[in-house]
Ligand binder design. Structure first.
Ligand code: PEP
Ligand code: MN
Length: 342
């Protein structure tokens, strides 16, 4: 249920409503909009209905949230967009984020070179995997703790917030020490215990759409994080499995405006994993920006031919600045504020 407070509602009245929701074992998720405060009440519907909050002081109305995802639903925010601030960088609303870096942290030189290039180009955050989900158990699985240490060094040298993947809740503590955003990969999108654990950690989360997941399933994954009181969730379209075999995955750009209609959360696009080919990354990035994405996350490598992982889809560090400028121009067409050099 969603409790919409009156514009004149006082802090005390809001607190009292929250207290009553909690008194029946439900959770209250207040969100303060520009005009009114809305409180999402998540729990047993009957118990909440019995509180008869319609008549409580300061309450304007009580309306059911019709979608199965409640806290992720745009209804909860009255169409207002969520803008997240991560390490001083904004994402969502009019703020476009360019997240860039290698697929995998391979070495100090590779990580730091890439981080400096993307920082110079005006990237919003740097990415790099220390724990990698690989199709083959015999493939390189990432540098683990050493990778995290190198990411920390990249952050220290460039000032860029770090996005890195977590696959196993047992690694949460060391990952939290360096990550500004934890990435949940496509293969883990429905790992509900992992999502809940990250929700409880409070660390911002980037959730990638599963290879064959519907938008509703993606939003339900976000709901697992939000339900724990963590409001910092970014959704990511990264290509889905279809009958097409000419490229790695089919980038579902229709998902961007539709997710933005269904949810208030920022929506970004990963053209690298969708395409699997470097030459497609720029056109798909421009399309993503033009369709209204709140950002793109792309892979960049100083020597893609010798990359351990995902080399064929990595943009070269050389020329990355020009790529970033063109993405910025496309984002501007969609009404986003400048990010390069910001
Ligand atoms: C990645 O970002 O390197 C990655 C493995 O992505 P995905 O989970 O989308 O395949
Ligand atoms: Mn990759």
């Amino acid at each position: 249920m969603m409790i919409v407070m009156k514009q004149t509602a006082t802090e005390d009245e809001i607190r009292a409503v929250i207290g009553r929701i909690e008194s029946v074992g439900a959770r209250a998720h207040p969100s303060q909009g520009d005009e009114v405060t809305v409180i999402g009440a998540i729990g047993d519907r009957e118990h909440i209905a019995r509180l008869e909050l319609e008549g409580a002081p300061g309450v304007d109305r009580v309306v059911p949230i019709l979608k199965p995802y409640k806290l992720a639903s745009s209804q909860l925010k009255h169409g207002e967009r969520t803008v997240l601030e991560i390490g001083g960088r904004k994402i969502g609303g009019e703020h476009f984020a360019l997240i860039a870096g290698p697929c995998t942290v391979e070495s100090r030189d590779q990580m730091l070179t890439t981080a400096h290039v993307v920082a110079q180009a005006g990237a919003t955050m740097v990415r790099g995997g220390a724990y990698k989900p690989r199709t083959s158990p015999y493939a390189f699985q990432g540098l683990g703790q050493e990778g995290l240490r190198l990411l920390a060094e990249a952050k220290e040298q460039t000032g860029l917030p770090v996005v890195t993947e977590l696959m196993d809740a047992r690694d949460l503590e060391p990952v939290l020490e360096v990550a500004d955003v934890i990435q949940i990969g496509a293969r883990n999108m429905q790992n509900y215990s992992l999502l809940s654990e990250i929700g409880r950690s409070g660390c911002p989360v980037l959730i990638k759409r599963g290879l064959s997941s519907t938008l509703e399933e993606l939003l339900m994954a976000a709901e697992y994080v939000l339900k724990e009181g963590n409001e910092a969730v970014i959704l990511c379209e990264r290509g889905i499995r279809t009958f097409e075999t000419a490229y790695r995955f089919t980038l579902d750009l229709t998902a961007v405006p539709v997710l933005k209609e269904l949810s208030h959360l920022p929506v970004i696009v990963d053209p690298s994993h969708a395409a699997g080919r470097r030459d497609l990354v720029e056109p798909l990035s421009l399309a993503a920006a033009a369709v209204g994405a709140d950002g793109v996350i792309v892979e960049v490598h100083p020597d893609p031919e010798n990359a351990i992982c995902d080399g064929p889809q990595a943009l070269r560090t050389e020329g990355f600045g020009a790529y970033a400028a063109r993405v910025q121009a496309a984002a501007a067409v969609a009404g986003k504020a400048a990010f390069v050099g910001a």
